[in-house]
Design a protein around this ligand. Structure first.
Ligand code: C2O
Ligand code: CU
Ligand code: CU
Length: 529
């Protein structure tokens, strides 16, 4: 499917005499083509169908069991129109329960797909909702409590392309897969044998998250993609469980950020490189009119004071090959009208204190240092990787490093569901932490004071504005609609409002989007009435 879609494009372009010889030979080379997620078509009743299922994907020459929606890995993109009702049937053909959450959509708690909306194996859940918010690139993924990290790691995730009238009037690139290109970035860890995804939620991962050493773009390692010459629109999603990325062009050409999580910015923001936290989306425009090929890369990002190979240098994510044909889209000077941030005096405020379990923090760090400490200090620079096939970690869900028997007893007894906390409480499915008045504007302060972790904090049911991020005004490209804020050793303030009801049985979630923190308790439920 995806390949055919792409070949259609290249065929069209070369029929137009556009594909020069050099690029034909480049395209024929070893490098795989970038798969473009198909646009999901409605069925004869006008409804959409998403089926979570098992499949397999070839990586490094081996077939690896993976999960996908309507396919082997990831899922199709859903195109939604703001103001238009949509019905989606979510079928679960996995052997375990799952949920499907619409990350970034402002829709009622009843259809939000959080942990309460469990879909048993073999069953279907139908949701109907009407998005009413600005055009944006959102996404969908599972949200089963304690299992989100595992299910996303298996491959379950897909894009939602929300459109509205205003954005349609801008002459932004809209040719899906040609000049409007989605890039879903994810890292994966395979077993030493390379025959399956090596996911465990153990002490180390509960502390620092699950990291892989294989970097994928739309499910493929370092693919190539031919584009028309001119303005290229990239829809970037960091779909990693825990890894922060830092996106740039290999030849340092500028990125023009046009949109953040919840919609277009007021105007394009020109930057040299773009930090991208787990769960975040940004839309960027890149000028390819010079016709030169370049890579989109991720620059080294220190997490836990380390950058392990292959992430210790600019790592190519996708090669962009501009063709001779010219694209007609432009980069507008102004994009969207964002409401002015109101005065915050007198608003209801909330304080959310993120808390790493000190025991977990300490043991997790110990395990991490035992495993990577020496390497991370600069020895064996080239063999080092984050877990790359070194199966010293025990298998099975709540297990512990076999290489550290002294910790095993504690680990076996460790209650992963009550590890990390917010305001002293680990996530409690049965008890929402607070209620927010429907339609009220509130100022939430999310604090990560007291630990050295980066927490990409996400709130359901809203697109918010960032007032301050770790004590500083938000960067210009982070001043638009957002649903994730950076909380990194300090505190961040956001202005939220909820326009839909969420009852206790279908509460909204607020949580760290480092999925292993979320799964181990750094999440709260809240109601809106
Ligand atoms: Cu992307 Cu509550 O999640
Ligand atoms: Cu969400
Ligand atoms: Cu976190």
């Amino acid at each position: 499917m995806q390949r055919r879609h792409f070949l259609k494009l290249t065929a069209a372009l070369s029929a137009a005499g556009a594909l020069p010889l050099w690029s034909r030979s480049l395209m024929a080379a070893e490098r795989p083509l970038l798969p473009i997620p198909s646009l999901l078509e409605p069925d004869s009743r006008g409804q959409y169908n998403l089926t979570a299922r098992q499949g397999s994907t070839q990586w490094k020459g081996k077939d690896v069991p993976t999960w996908g929606y309507n396919g082997n890995l990831l899922g199709p993109a859903l195109v939604l129109q703001s103001g238009k009702a949509v019905t989606v049937n979510i079928h679960n053909r996995l052997n375990e329960a799952t949920t499907l959450h619409w990350h970034g959509l402002e829709i009622p708690g009843a259809v939000d797909g959080g942990p309460h909306a469990s879909i048993a194996p073999g069953t279907t859940r139908q949701v109907t909702f009407t998005p009413d918010q600005p055009a944006a690139t959102c996404w969908y993924h599972p949200h089963l409590h304690g299992k989100t990290g595992h299910q996303v790691a298996q491959g379950l995730a897909g894009l939602v392309l929300l459109e509205d009238n205003e954005s349609g009037k801008l002459r932004l690139p809209t040719q899906w897969g040609a000049d409007d290109v989605p890039l879903i970035f994810q890292d994966k860890l395979l077993t030493k044998q390379g025959d399956r995804i090596d996911y465990q939620l153990d002490i180390m991962r509960a502390a620092v998250g699950w990291f892989g050493d294989m970097m994928l773009t739309n499910g493929v390692q370092y693919p190539q993609h031919a584009v028309p010459r001119g303005w290229l629109r990239l829809r970037l999603l960091n779909g990693c469980n825990a890894r922060s990325l830092h996106i740039a062009a290999s030849d340092k050409r500028p990125l023009y950020v046009i949109g953040s999580d919840g919609g277009l910015l007021a105007e394009p923001v020109k930057i040299a490189s773009l930090p991208l936290l787990p769960g975040e989306r940004f839309e960027v425009m890149i000028d390819t009119s010079d016709g030169n090929a370049f890579d989109i890369v991720t620059l080294p990002v220190e997490q836990m004071g380390m950058t392990l190979a292959p992430f210790d240098q600019p790592l190519p994510l996708v090669q962009i090959l501009p063709l001779r044909v010219m694209a007609s889209a432009t980069l507008p000077d102004t994009l969207a009208t964002l409401p002015v941030i109101p005065k915050t005096e007198g608003l209801n405020t909330r304080w959310l204190q993120l808390m790493m379990d000190p025991q977990l923090d300490q043991q997790g760090m110990q395990a991490l240092m035992q495993r990577y400490g020496e390497k991370a200090m600069g020895k064996g620079h080239h063999e080092m990787n984050m877990g790359g096939g070194d199966s010293s970690m025990a298998h099975g869900e709540h297990s512990m490093d076999h290489g550290a028997p002294s910790q095993q007893k504690t680990a076996a007894a460790y209650d992963f569901h009550n590890g990390n906390k917010i305001n002293g409480q680990a996530f409690n499915m049965a008890k929402p932490m607070f209620n927010v008045e429907l339609g009220a504007v509130e100022k939430w302060t999310i604090s990560g004071e007291g630990d050295s972790m980066l927490h990409p904090f996400h709130i359901h049911g809203t697109q918010f504005r960032i007032l301050s991020e770790n004590g500083k005004p938000p960067a210009p490209h982070r001043q638009g609609w957002k649903d994730i804020v950076n909380v990194d050793g300090w505190r961040s303030e956001v202005l939220v409002r909820f326009n839909y009801v969420a009852a206790a049985e279908q509460a909204y979630m607020a949580h760290c989007h480092l999925l292993e923190h979320e799964d181990t308790g750094m999440m709260l439920g809240f109601t809106v009435t």
